[in-house]
Design a protein around this ligand. Structure first.
Ligand code: ATP
Ligand code: SF4
Length: 323
C-alpha cells in the first residue's frame, strides 16, 4: 500500500537574485513499511526533498510545485492546522542536530513530557512518564536520562533521545536526515540496528537521508539516488546497489567504503555538481560521466522503468530519448 507519493515535485530557492533548482520534476512512491535510503553527494537536494514533506523549508524563499500525497492527503495543500495534526504524530523528522532544539536549562524528561502534551493535552503525568521510559528502553537508554540535562549526554545518547522523541506518538513515517552521520562507527551501527528492530515492532516506514551508500545497503530495503535535484535511479537495494544501471550510482558506490571501512579512504567523484541556477541541456551528469555519448549533451534522458520497480534515467539503458 502506498503511504507517500511524491509527484512531479519541483523546488526552487529564490535567493541572492538566483533561482536555485534544488529538486527537479521528482516522482517517488514509498510503500507502507518501506525503508528507503535517499543518497547523493552534498548539494544533490536530499534534505530539501525530505524537509518539503513536512513543509519545513523557509517559506519566503522556496517555490514548490507538484504533490506530496501522504495517505491520500496532499501535504502541500492542507492548512497549517491540518498539517499540525500530522506533524510528529503521523510523520516525524530527526536531523543531525535535533537535540539543539531542546532547552539547555530543563531536564530531558520534563521537556519530553511537555512535547507529548502538545498533541495529548489530557494525558496523565504517570502515563507520560511510563511512555517515555518505554521509549528509552526501545532506544537503549537508561531511565536515569529522564533527570539529565542535554549537556550531560554524549553524542550517541543525544541521538537516541532525538529518536525517542520522534517516536513519542508512534508516527507512521520516520524521516532520518543524516541522523547518525556525526557518530562514531560503532555507535552509528548500534543505533541503526535498534531502528531496524523498532520498525518491525512499530510497523514504521522510514526515509533515510544520507550521503553514505554503505549505511543504506546495510539498513534499507530500497534506495533512491539523487544528483543535482534529479532522481537518477531507484529500486530495491538488492538490485540497484548490487548491479547499478546508472553511471552515477556506480561512481557513488566506488567512492564510499563499507560501514566498517576506513572513512579516510573516501575517494570522491571527479568534478563537481553543476551550478543549479544555470540552464543546462541534456543529461545533468554529462560533464562528469565517463560513459557519456553525443546524445547525452543534447537530450535529457527520461526515466525508464524495469521490472521490480527499478527506475533509471540514462541514455545507456533507455534507448528512448527525451524531447
Ligand atoms: P547535504 O548532504 O550537504 O545536506 P543535500 O543533498 O541535502 O546536501 P540540500 O541541502 O537539499 O542538498 O541542497 C540542495 C541545493 O539547494 C544546494 O545547492 C544548496 O546550496 C541549496 N539550498 C539548500 N538550502 C537552501 C536555502 N535555505 N537557501 C538557498 N539555497 C539552499
Ligand atoms: Fe552518462 Fe549519458 Fe547516462 Fe547521462 S545519459 S549518465 S551522460 S551515459
Amino acid at each position: 500500500m502506498s503511504l507517500l507519493n511524491i509527484n512531479n515535485l519541483n523546488i526552487i530557492y529564490n535567493t541572492k537574485g538566483k533561482r536555485i533548482k534544488a529538486v527537479r520534476d521528482l516522482s517517488l512512491n514509498i510503500e507502507s513499511q518501506d525503508s528507503i535510503g535517499i543518497v547523493g553527494e552534498s548539494g544533490s537536494g536530499k534534505s530539501t526533498l525530505a524537509m518539503a514533506i513536512l513543509r519545513l523549508l523557509p517559506r519566503e524563499i522556496s517555490e514548490i510545485t507538484g504533490g506530496i500525497i501522504f495517505d491520500g492527503t496532499d501535504l502541500l495543500r492542507i492548512d497549517e492546522e491540518e498539517l499540525r495534526q500530522i506533524k510528529w504524530k503521523e510523520i516525524a523528522y530527526v536531523f543531525q542536530k535535533s537535540m539543539n532544539s531542546l532547552s539547555p536549562v530543563h531536564k530531558i524528561g520534563l521537556q519530553m513530557s511537555d512535547i507529548y502534551k502538545v498533541h495529548e493535552s489530557n494525558a496523565a503525568d504517570k502515563e507520560i512518564k511510563e511512555r517515555i521510559f518505554e521509549l528509552f528502553n526501545l532506544v537503549n537508554l537508561s531511565k536515569g536520562v529522564y533527570n539529565l540535562y542535554p549537556h550531560e549526554l554524549s553524542g550517541g545518547m543525544m541521538q537516541r533521545v532525538s529518536i525517542a522523541l520522534s517516536l513519542l506518538h508512534y508516527p507512521r513515517l520516520l524521516i532520518l536526515d543524516e541522523a547518525t552521520t556525526a557518530l562514531d562507527v560503532v555507535t552509528q551501527g548500534q543505533i541503526l540496528e535498534e531502528i531496524i528492530k523498532l520498525e518491525e515492532k512499530l510497523k514504521l516506514t522510514r526515509i533515510m537521508i544520507t550521503h553514505d551508500v554503505s549505511v543504506v545497503s546495510l539498513t534499507c530495503k530500497k534506495v533512491a539516488v539523487m544528483y543535482a535535484g534529479y532522481l537518477l535511479e531507484s529500486g530495491y537495494v538488492t538490485d540497484v546497489l548490487s548491479s547499478p544501471k546508472h553511471p552515477y550510482t556506480r561512481e557513488l558506490l566506488n567512492s564510499y567504503p563499507s560501514l566498517t571501512g576506513d572513512r579516510n579512504s573516501l575517494k570522491g567523484i571527479p568534478g563537481s555538481l553543476p551550478d543549479l541556477s544555470a540552464v543546462h541541456q541534456g543529461c545533468i551528469f554529462a560533464d562528469r560521466c565517463k560513459e557519456s555519448m553525443d546524445i547525452c549533451f543534447i537530450s535529457e534522458p527520461k526515466s525508464i522503468e524495469f521490472s521490480n520497480d527499478w527506475k533509471v534515467a540514462c541514455h545507456l539503458v533507455g534507448g528512448v530519448y527525451g524531447d
